[in-house]
Design a protein around this ligand. Structure first.
Ligand code: GLY
Length: 595
């Protein structure tokens, strides 16, 4: 396997700007009194799950002696492994997985959307690429309000809902700067899957059925619902137009998408449906190299995604709140659930008012990365009482919930953590005719009605108001964790709108605080709190009767849901090698493939 010979200043940038404020590297965070010898080789503890919980402890992970790829699509993970076995590194494989997901997981994997890729190379260098969508040049603050100032559904459905896609530019940039192979090489598996087709599995069949074949009558229904019937599991899905599109990108690079005939097709689709993305918008799109947020958590190092994703900042503030006052209470106790929920509530309260696109608004990142800020929030948590969110002076947020995360580790120890999305499932339900792909409805991740409740009764702030060529705030949280010896320990991220932040970080806390194996950490019951609505959400059967009673007694408004978050993770194995676990709550796909 060849090491990358190409470098980029943007990607290599050491995050000196954060060194003074974040607890960087292996420096213990303030107040982290707990001695934590937690490494992959340290003994793992078996948690106790409530008797009514759907999963048991002690399940096994997929093992890979050398390398591992975990995604929501087995075919896409296999595409990554194919590239690794052909000598590619983790970045080559990640880009191969990204393009393959656009074919095999079209509800969320995409070339018509955007995402974030976080990399940690075996030599310790870190890099991040932000390829979030951008508001079109003609976008305006109130474009989604009707004449009475009320929100319409145009930010979620139809051509106006789409931001300028970033996925092709971002993946190409990551490959150019950190990969070792050509676009044509890493895209070959995706092109093959599109042209020759692949067998639809039950998960994709369910997802297609869920669309009710509603692709705004722009051609997508002919591919996924031939004759008006949703494709069933076992059928062969061939996407000839998408195959041509991918081949053009492989041959000509991102310009084929942003300036060539694919751009023409996209703009023609906009014209048909009253959308506003122009060729000038597409030509102006740039992926951005970002400086990874490094923070310390109980002797471990967290590497997380900075704005315009809110994911890394919010996870870092949550960790700083938890670490500010000694050891974590035991897993499965009301004290842990209360503390964790209260920490999330405060971190989201800060997130919802403070974060936006740093190219447009001042982003006070130190409010998230400073251990002192975490300690201040921690002092406000009463371990006997829930705090009403209204007492925290917050606003809130609105995110979609159809996204997909994949994690890759190669035999050299390079690691890539990527989350990508169309926002809602199947995005704006708009298909680019002739080019064969879905467009995102990411404009809804802006505060489309700042200061007013959105369709979920939530309120967002001006930091994230719609502006031309601005990027909308995200919750995507591709993350990497190093053990106290500085070795790669965990590559993790999730899909699920705001629950991405809480789901990703709970796997991290389960591994570090509760010393769980990856299989247990992924199966442990999850909770979610996002400040507003002011409720603590838990998974059905995930809290014991004693916990429910204690939490209610503390004043928490509890909300039960069937399942929270779709996480895909890789962890260093206890005896070397890598363990992969794809989301156990989605049992129709085992997307973990190692060797
Ligand atoms: N569209 C979901 C997110 O970016 O958070």
């Amino acid at each position: 396997m060849r090491a990358s010979t190409r470098t980029s200043l943007a990607l290599l940038a050491v995050p000196t700007a954060l060194v003074g404020v974040a607890a960087c590297g292996a420096r213990p965070s303030a107040g982290a009194a707990t001695p934590t010898p937690s490494t992959a080789t340290a003994e793992r503890a078996t948690p106790s799950f409530p008797s009514g919980w759907r999963f048991k402890t002690g399940e096994v992970a997929t093992e890979g002696a050398q390398a591992m790829v975990v995604s929501n699509s087995r075919q896409a993970s296999e595409a990554g492994v194919e590239i690794l076995r052909a000598g590619g590194n983790a970045v080559d494989a990640a880009v191969a997985v990204g393009f393959a997901l656009a074919v095999t997981w079209p509800e969320a994997g995409n070339i018509g959307g955007g995402g974030f890729m976080l990399m940690r190379m075996a030599n310790g260098q870190t890099a991040a690429v932000d390829y979030r969508e951008m508001g079109p040049g003609a976008a305006s603050r109130d474009m989604y309000l009707d004449g009475n100032g009320q929100r319409t559904n145009k930010s979620t459905l139809g051509h106006l809902a789409s931001g300028v896609p970033g996925a092709v530019a971002g993946m190409a940039q990551a490959l150019r700067e950190r990969g070792t192979m050509s676009l044509a090489q890493v895209m070959a598996p995706a092109i093959r899957l599109a042209r020759d087709g692949f067998v639809v599995d039950s998960a994709l069949a369910q997802s297609i059925a869920g669309t009710r074949c509603n692709f705004l009558k722009t051609g997508g229904e002919a591919v996924f619902c031939p004759g008006g019937t949703p494709m069933a599991a076992g059928a062969r899905l061939v996407q000839a137009d998408l195959g041509r599109t991918l081949q053009a990108i492989a041959d000509m690079g991102p310009d084929a998408f942003y300036r060539g005939w694919i751009a023409d097709s996209l703009v023609a689709e906009m014209a048909r449906g009253g959308g506003i993305i122009t060729k000038a918008d597409l030509a102006a799109y740039r992926a951005e190299g970002r400086t990874v947020i490094r923070s310390a958590y109980r002797g471990h190092t967290l590497l997380t995604m900075p704005p315009v994703s809110s994911g890394g900042a919010t996870i870092t503030l949550t960790a700083n709140i938890l670490a500010a006052d000694g050891a974590a209470p035991a897993f499965g106790t009301a004290a842990w659930t209360h503390l964790l929920g209260s920490a999330y509530q405060r971190a989201f309260a800060e997130r919802n008012v403070s974060l936006g696109d740093p190219a447009f608004v001042k982003v006070p990142l130190e409010k998230f990365t400073s251990p002192d800020a975490g300690a201040r929030w921690r002092r406000g948590i009463d371990m006997a009482r829930a705090t009403p969110t209204s007492a925290l002076e917050t606003r809130t947020m609105n995110d979609g919930d159809n996204t997909t995360h994949y994690s890759v580790v190669d035999a050299m120890g390079n690691a890539v953590s990527t989350t990508t999305t169309l926002n809602g499932s199947w995005g704006a339900k708009v298909w680019v005719r002739g080019a064969g792909f879905m467009l995102n409805n990411e404009m809804d991740d802006f505060a489309t009605a700042p200061g007013k409740p959105n369709m979920f009764g939530l309120v967002e702030g001006e930091q994230n108001a719609v502006q031309p060529r601005k990027r909308m705030l995200s919750s995507m949280s591709p993350s990497i964790v190093l053990d106290p010896a500085g070795r790669l320990l965990l590559v993790v991220g999730a899909a699920g709108g705001p629950t991405i932040i809480t789901g990703t970080s709970q796997v991290i806390f389960n591994v570090i605080d509760h010393r769980m194996s990856l299989a247990d950490a992924m199966r442990a019951p999850r909770i979610h709190h996002q400040a507003l609505p002011d409720s603590l959400t838990y998974e059905d059967g995930g809290l014991s009767a004693e916990q429910l009673s204690a939490l209610t007694g503390m004043g928490h408004r509890l909300r039960r849901t069937s399942a929270l978050v779709n996480v895909n993770a890789i962890m260093r194995g206890p005896r070397g090698g890598w363990q992969g676990v794809s989301e156990p709550r989605r049992p129709l796909t085992n997307g973990a493939v190692g060797y």
